[in-house]
Design a protein around this ligand. Structure first.
Ligand SMILES: [Zn+2]
Length: 225
């Protein structure tokens, strides 16, 4: 098994709100929801993304859904006393998590992130909605699934700022995107996408809120026996 990761902030003036966790059996990508003027939180999105990342590591002995629920509960407790967690702008994150345990691969997507799994039979593309914020019950809306590890050839996890290479710009389809990552690495996908974004710097050809967004890709491949 081999894992590669690439991440790049959308601008040089603001640190990325994306986070990546890699363990021997764990691949996680988080994308902090862009900060709004009012949030009811004195800490901010980067703090939330850091705390939630740490809490996911703490609870990852559980299956993905329960792990994320406990991580959200724990993170909420860290600032329930100082912040208004009922505020609609309370910090949140998109989370995509892949866990490998024994002969099973489990995934969870909550929010605008994408997991692409290339199996021996077909290609699974999972993109979520919503966000992981203060309420652990949001995890009930996550997209979850489970596959036999032996059927998995390779997979990618992308924040929306990277998935737009395929689902907005149409630079390649998903199989070709995976081929590119396998041959040139996930950083090549981001590099090629940035080139397109630069050429459309006024967001005319591809209308979008963020001309450049934080972009993160984790790419994993198994050697088939
Ligand atoms: Zn707070």
């Amino acid at each position: 098994m081999r894992t590669q990761m690439a991440t790049e902030a959308g601008t040089s003036t603001k640190p990325s709100d994306d986070r990546v966790l890699l363990g021997p059996n764990l691949l996680v990508v988080l994308d902090g929801v862009t900060e709004k003027a009012g949030s009811g939180c004195m800490h901010g999105v980067p703090w939330f993304a850091d705390q939630l990342s740490a809490a996911i590591m703490r609870f990852v002995h559980l299956e993905p859904g329960p792990a994320l629920k406990e991580a959200l509960r724990h993170t909420a407790e860290l600032h329930a006393g100082t912040c208004d967690l009922g505020h609609p702008g309370t910090p949140g994150a998109a989370v995509a998590l892949v866990q490998i345990q024994d002969d099973r691969l489990r995934y969870l997507v909550l929010g605008d992130a994408t997991v692409v799994v290339d199996t021996k039979q077909d290609l699974l593309v999972v993109s979520g909605t919503g966000a992981a914020a203060a309420n652990p019950d949001a995890v009930d809306d996550a997209l979850v699934g489970e596959l036999a590890l032996q059927d998995v050839r390779r997979l990618a996890i992308l924040t929306d700022g990277a998935a737009r290479a395929v689902d907005m710009f149409g630079l390649f389809d998903w199989p070709k995107a995976l081929d590119l990552m396998a041959s040139s690495g996930p950083d090549d996908l981001i590099r090629r996408m940035r080139q397109v974004e630069k050429e459309d710097a006024k967001a005319v050809d591809w209308p979008r809120d963020k001309v450049f967004d934080d972009a993160t890709v984790v790419f994993f491949e198994r050697k088939l026996s």
